[in-house]
Design a protein around this ligand. Structure first.
Ligand code: AHM
Ligand code: MG
Length: 337
């Protein structure tokens, strides 16, 4: 029988290679994983979890109060992680402000930002959604405030996502490559199934919500127009397009077989004074850390995403990430423009 590597074994072995490691990150990750398993169970129950379906604060046919799945996932994530002693504060896409861990729990050395259930337009139609998280160092002292989370993506200690798809997968980086684990539903273990993920540098697959093309900036429009011209166009090959509308699922696909994922700046966002759709701290930074660690590139078109200095907790940025040569081409089109 082949030897299986559970997440716990994997992370313990990594820890042993670093004799001065305190085990605190491992401790925190185990609680994050436990939160993800609970969310996996909730999303996997679909309409059977009737208290979790539908609009927030409405009642189901049994007269029970309903909570939207994303709100419930947020509560599960906070409750599963804040007590563990490894965190000083949390910031969630679902909450207006960050929150320090309650005083009754010990203060830890890390901050966590997370999107508890990304891909909200897919929640009610049984299409893949996921949880994204990013771990940062906390200040040694002082009350935790929103400003403590405004760190460049380069400062991330760890980033990961859990994809609730046909199988539940955890993909993680601590800055030494990217590894993927599949949940064994019989034992509850995450088992290493995708060691040392590498994104192929070339691709002929792109992912974008094409219905917004009339609002895009010229460099993105130029690139997608060239893709559509196929082998007869300047790129000299036929392209395939995929859009799940769950960033976790779309980025997971490009980690598996290459591709480019784009949620670019568009004229409607500019008119509202927003920098894009996807959130820097909860979506763009953690996914950029993973993509770069797998050999890809993650850019806004104008700068490397992980070098953007955040100035607000819910700041949004344009996102172009994936196969190195293709993203570099799109960045060059921004320079040309
Ligand atoms: P959410 O966090 O509210 O779910 O929004 C983020 C999601 C991404 O997962 C996905 O790439 C994008 O929004 C889809 O947006 P659109 O519906 O505009 O195509
Ligand atoms: Mg999201």
């Amino acid at each position: 029988m082949s030897q299986r590597t559970s997440f716990y074994k994997f992370i313990s072995e990594e820890q042993r290679e670093h004799p001065f490691s305190s085990g605190k990150l491992t401790g925190l990750l185990l609680e994050v994983i436990s939160a993800c398993k609970k969310i996996a169970h909730l999303t996997g129950s679909g309409g059977l979890a009737s208290h979790a379906m539908g609009a927030a604060d409405s009642e189901n046919v049994q007269g029970e109060q309903q909570k939207k799945l994303d709100i419930l996932s947020n509560e599960l994530f906070v409750e599963s992680t804040q007590w563990c002693g490894y965190l000083a504060g949390l910031a969630s896409e679902e909450l207006d402000h960050s929150q320090p861990v309650p005083k009754e729990y010990p203060r830890g050395k890390y901050l966590i930002t997370f999107d508890p259930l990304d891909g909200s337009s897919n929640i009610d139609i049984n299409v893949s959604v996921g949880t994204i998280f990013s771990i940062l160092e906390a200040p040694d002292e002082g009350d935790i405030q929103d400003g403590d989370f405004l760190q460049q993506g380069l400062k991330q200690v760890c980033a990961g996502y859990c994809l609730y798809g046909t199988s539940t997968m955890l993909v993680l980086t601590t800055g030494r490559g990217v590894n993927g684990f599949t949940l064994d539903r019989t034992t509850g273990d995450f088992v290493l199934t995708m060691p040392d993920i590498q994104i192929p540098p070339d691709t002929s697959e792109y992912s974008i919500n094409q219905s917004y093309s009339r609002h895009w900036e010229p460099p993105v429009k130029r690139y997608v127009d060239e893709c559509l011209l196929g082998a007869e166009g300047p790129l000299g090959k036929n392209y395939n397009m995929r859009w799940v509308a769950s960033m976790v699922a779309d980025v997971h696909r490009l980690l598996c077989r290459g591709g480019v994922f784009m949620y670019p700046m568009d004229a409607r966002m500019a008119a509202k004074g927003e920098g894009g759709k996807l959130r820097l701290l909860y979506e763009a930074n953690p996914m950029s850390f993973i993509v770069e660690q797998a050999g890809g590139v993650a850019h806004t078109g104008y700068e490397r995403i992980m070098e953007v200095q955040p100035d607000a907790l819910h700041q949004r940025v344009p996102v172009i990430m994936g196969s190195r040569n293709e993203v570099e081409r799109i960045v060059s089109y921004h320079k040309d423009a």
